[in-house]
Design a protein around this ligand. Sequence first.
Ligand code: NAD
Length: 322
Amino acid sequence: MTHPILQVLDTSYGDITVELEAAKAHGVDVVDRDDTSVQADGVLVQYAQITGETLDAHPTWAVVGRYGVGYDTIDVAAATERGVAVVNVPDYCEEEVATHAAALVLASVRRIREADTLTRAGGWPNWHDLLPVPALSEATLSLIGVGRIGRKTINLLRAFFGRVVAYDPYAQPIDGVEMVDLDTAVKVGDVISLHCPLTPDTHHIINADRLAMMKPHAHLVNVSRGGLVDSVALAAALRANALGGAAVDVLECEPPSPDDPLLSAPRLTVTNHLAWYSARSEPRLRSLLASRCAGMLVGVDAPSVVNRAGLAARLTTAEKAR
Ligand code: NAD
């Protein structure tokens, strides 16, 4: 008897042991990308862009699993048109990403990276070089996007800040958080933290105009997607001393080229897209994705099919046409 096959197209995890174990429970095999002897029924991808052309070149794929929460690397409309399910894992790292956002907020405001550099360079008495540092109990935390991770970030940071405001056109009210429009969120924040997905609507949601609206001492934190921020404009604002600082876990181009303008901008802390990671979250992500995609191949519905509604509509249209 032949088993359905999932192929791991690209990951940075080094092996496929976790995926094999998780898929086995559904009687599904997993092979890695080097195995060219098989025609896979579905794929698991971390970084690869999956376009309509990719899907046309692999007509046997019934499911594309994306390692992570964001799925902006996958042309979901193209997948839906072809009847291919797109599966993500929105529920594996809320705690980790919110913790990383909170760490970046505090590090940027307290100027930890610059103080470290100053101290190592013999500047111990020169603390005034690092001013101003606001008292957070008098400051406003402003979030753009308050879904799973945004809400968790608020829970972690609420105790530090005097006021919390948020912009999210789709969210329900949150206790103790003032919901405001986008420009107000940008104008009133002493710290602005981004927690919305990257979509055509949110691409460069922080552009030169919005950077100019920010308070001159404000800090911008981005753990969501690099494309939310115009990085050339952010680098220019930091160089012009028009912002207090910025801290980002994500960049427009990852990994960055050595001449990425943000890498040489002052008062910028950057981490290498690791907000999602903990010793718990990595195996959890791999196991949940493989298990959900394997299940889809044998008729077990997954809780996180990104294009569920589109696939259902496509089926209805096909039935009507019969
Ligand atoms: P979520 O879907 O639970 O929340 C996203 C929120 O953004 C929703 O409330 C939605 O209403 C809101 N939103 C949508 N469009 C908006 C807009 N135009 N303006 C303002 N808000 C808008 O997602 P989540 O689990 O909270 O994750 C958020 C993002 O974090 C993901 O899309 C992903 O890109 C990023 N992420 C990054 C890492 C990392 O390692 N750096 C890890 C996981 C997730």
